[in-house]
Design a protein around this ligand. Structure first.
Ligand SMILES: [Mn+2]
Length: 317
């Protein structure tokens, strides 16, 4: 699919992505927006996204995003759904449905393609990688490159997850030719934490415990501690991954209290333990190396319950 070939006779373009947008969703939307704005100044381009996290506010053109989903156009000549199928567009789905031509670009395996034209590649790292493939490299600039880089970095966990392919890195090798400070970008969109996020991470690490001869690590954050630091559940993202970075561990468990005798449990594994199987036993789910569930009981009961299944898998029984 080539974007330039879709634009004959087009004077209005709408772009949107999934609700609660992440770096890939925002990056792909803004990459296409910046590309069209620069190369096709006569085309009206509207982007519809809501709840954009503050860390993405440095991307060019983000101030133009229509967060109120208001427009005076009844039917866009072209409408792009990026990083999702039309059913996850939220309030933008009606614009997609009403558009004269609907385009769907996505990398989610669950998406059969919901546009008149579809470019769905489940093996691609990100929607951004796919959008990049649709652009003319000659017409791309630094603003577009930073958007694409942002999406690839966030969806691959900084080129770490198994969705990172040689094709992904070929795209990245083109992007860094634009000369932006990619180290600073990675820190900003992926590693940076707020002060309280770092404080609660420190507290969770300090109070963590090793067990099963150091093969397992666990930490628990109580409601009281969360209230003390004035953090919400999203501030606890990444704690379980940091726990698993402890050398010698195979499995990490992180619990935080959501109610009386009720905990959200996150499980991570380096590969020997399939944590999805364990989470499923308790009504949760996920992937072999990253899963979660909600459990009731005291923290000790919960840890004991989970440990039993982890130990069985480690011993191969
Ligand atoms: Mn994505």
């Amino acid at each position: 699919m080539k974007i330039d070939e879709l634009l004959a006779g087009v004077s209005t373009v709408g772009i949107s992505g999934h609700i609660r947008p992440d770096g890939d969703c925002i990056g792909s939307n803004m990459a296409l927006y910046n590309y069209l704005r620069k190369n096709y100044p006569d085309i009206r381009v509207d982007v519809f996204l809501q709840e954009i996290p503050e860390c993405f506010s440095f991307l060019d053109g983000i101030e133009d995003v229509r967060t109120d989903y208001k427009t005076d156009i009844d039917s866009y000549d072209l409408f792009f759904a990026l990083d999702c199928g039309k059913e996850r567009l939220g309030d933008a789905e009606k614009f997609f449905d009403a558009a004269k031509k609907k385009i769907n670009i996505d990398h989610h395996i669950s998406n059969p393609g919901t546009g008149d034209a579809n470019y769905i590649v489940p093996t691609a790292s990100s929607a951004c990688e796919l959008v990049y493939n649709c652009l003319d490299n000659e017409k791309t600039d630094e603003a577009v490159a930073k958007c694409i880089y942002t999406g690839i970095v966030t969806d691959t966990g900084v080129f770490k997850y198994s969705n990172t392919s040689p094709e992904t890195l070929k795209v990245v090798s083109e992007l860094i030719k634009f000369g932006f400070d990619f180290g600073a970008l990675v820190d900003h969109v992926f590693f940076e934490k707020t002060y309280v996020q770092n404080q609660i991470l420190g507290r969770a690490l300090l109070e963590s415990m090793l067990f099963m001869d150091g093969k397992c690590i666990v930490s628990v954050v109580s409601r009281q501690t969360m209230d003390f630091y004035m953090v919400t559940s999203s501030d606890l993202d990444g704690i379980v991954s940091q726990l698993l970075l402890t050398s010698g561990t195979e499995c990490a468990m992180f619990l935080y209290e959501i109610g009386s005798m009720e905990y959200k449990v996150s499980l991570r594994s380096k590969g020997l333990v399939n944590v999805a199987k364990i989470a499923e036993l308790f009504g949760g789910g996920g992937h072999a190396r990253a899963a979660g569930c909600t459990m009731n009981g005291t923290q000790h009961d919960i840890i004991n319950n989970l440990s039993e299944y982890i130990e069985r898998q480690l011993k191969g029984i």
